[in-house]
Design a protein around this ligand. Structure first.
Ligand SMILES: Cc1ncc(COP(=O)(O)O)c(C=O)c1O
Length: 476
């Protein structure tokens, strides 16, 4: 393509400069969309290919990202201090004693009235309550009183078949009959872990990991073996291999696509290698895929289940992060543990609320789920850039942060001398919730780390809360 040159350099470079000036003047902020190619071309009286060349250059420089069928968006600048460091772990199994701390934090962060930066509840934060009241009215009309009854033990057949169909589109073979509808992902994870391990057994977890998994391992009397998770790509396989060589690991329980609290996205190739590794050792892999649908990349990650050859992969997920957490609709694909998982479901909790299963079914078949998901992903991707930019602006320059590939949380590593427990207390007193680092480790690590959620409508109040946190960190 010929490149137009003027007295002030190539035309496309002038466009690059113009965007940089807009950014520097704060007229264009991280997370915001750049003018469309056509609009800017018309505005500047230049050709569309020239603007495209400029936007491609901005993408190459890491200033903007392209979202298919949506446009070009300004990214937050890269942190000069870099990503959180790899934790130095001994991979020796530890008994878990974190439940007290987790309970205390959970109680505090769910208080009403706080700026909820400690909570990961993106779907509910963005949900329109009217959509759900319409949905529930429609379901009661369609089903009559039926939806108020117990319902089938392992879930509503049409919903299970819908889910099986969606897995089929992700190269994952399952039938609706195998799948079990559960009370959120947490019940699916509980059933899965009870199927594959017993009290006293060693379970490998990522570090850092979701605190609900730590609580689960503790309450089932199991031991945890912490495997470092990479802030850019999921669990480190070399460390896992070494732990499998040296420790009596019965099962792994990993975020298979997007990690909470790092937000990191495990590439498909790593996930495939992970499945091959664990299945070659006869070890079960419980994949926690609750954030799988909230990817920022154009393509969703393929579930680990797709590569399972020996039936040792158990997939757990839910609609909590993508539709509404209060519906408590999750599911389990139990691999070769189907009979045991079904027996446990029936013995431990009985059927999942039928009305809510119908509601989710309607949401899926109407197409509303996918439409809302598209909007939610776009909001979260924009919020990630806003949160990163706010952290860079208000936190000390030594702060390291992750680079989420999806989901709604950002992991921060502060200077070693900082104490996120103290920050947690100070933030609460200032009306802000955060999630302190130690709740994400089975052995209480990450005292100087914290997780911030960007899964909420962005506002001046949110930005002011991040600024206040920055002040609290900087004050002696
Ligand atoms: C990584 C992860 N797994 C599982 C869960 C539990 O999901 P649910 O609310 O569907 O039980 C959560 C909830 O925060 C989570 O973040």
């Amino acid at each position: 393509m010929p490149t137009a040159e003027t007295d002030n350099g190539y035309l496309y470079q002038q466009v690059v400069k113009r965007i940089r000036n807009l950014r520097d003047a704060n007229s264009l902020r991280p997370g915001e969309r750049l003018p469309s190619l056509r609009r800017l071309a018309a505005q500047l009286g230049i050709s569309v290919p020239t603007v495209k060349q400029a936007y491609d250059e901005l993408e190459r420089l890491g200033w903007v990202e392209v979202r298919p069928q949506s446009g070009y968006y300004l990214k937050a600048p890269l942190a000069s201090s870099g990503r959180p460091r790899r934790p130095d772990l001994s991979a020796v199994p530890v008994p878990v004693r974190q439940q007290r701390l987790i309970e205390k934090v959970q109680q505090a962060i769910t208080q009403p009235g706080l700026v909820p930066l400690g909570i990961s509840n993106p779907a509910s934060a963005f949900a329109n309550p009217q959509t759900f009241s319409r949905l529930l009215r429609r379901v009661t009309t369609i089903t009559g009183g039926q939806a108020l009854g117990y319902g089938p033990m392992h879930g509503l057949a049409p919903l299970r078949h819908q889910l099986a169909h969606r897995y089929g589109e992700m190269a994952t073979v399952t039938t609706g009959d195998q799948l079990i509808i559960t009370n959120g992902a947490q019940e699916a994870l509980t059933l899965a872990l009870m199927c594959v391990a017993r009290p006293g057994d060693v379970v490998a977890v990522e570090s850092p990991t979701y605190f609900g998994l730590i609580e689960l391992i503790e309450s089932l009397g199991m031991m945890a073996c912490e495997i470092p998770a990479c802030p850019d790509g999921g669990v480190w396989l070399a460390d896992l291999r070494q732990a499998l060589d040296n420790q009596p690991i019965r099962a792994c329980i990993f975020a298979s696509s997007i990690n909470n609290p790092l937000g990191s996205l495990m590439p498909d190739a790593t996930r495939r290698a992970l499945v091959e590794l664990v299945e070659s050792r006869g070890v079960a892999l419980i994949e926690d895929d609750v954030y799988g649908d909230l990817h920022f990349s154009p393509q969703r990650a393929t579930p680990a289940q797709a590569w399972s050859k020996r039936g040792l992969v158990l997939t757990c997920s839910s609609f909590s992060k993508t539709a509404a957490s209060g519906l408590r609709i999750g599911w389990l694909l139990p691999g070769r543990f189907e009979a045991e998982a079904k027996r446990l479901k029936s013995a431990l909790s009985g059927p999942t609320p039928l009305l809510n299963q119908w509601a989710v079914h309607e949401l899926l078949v109407s197409g509303d789920y996918d439409r809302n998901l598209k909007r939610l992903r776009a909001e979260l991707a924009a919020n990630k850039e806003r949160m990163v930019a706010a952290v860079q602006q208000y936190f000390p320059a030594t702060t390291r942060h992750s680079d989420p590939g999806g989901g709604c949380v950002l992991w921060l590593e502060l200077a070693e001398r900082q104490d996120s427990g103290r920050l947690f207390e100070l933030a609460l007193a200032a009306g802000i919730s955060i999630a302190p680092g130690p709740i994400f480790s089975a052995s209480g690590r990450y005292r100087h780390c914290l997780r911030l959620s960007f899964g909420l409508p962005w506002s001046e109040r949110v930005e002011a809360a991040v600024a206040r946190l920055g002040q609290l960190i900087s004050s002696p």
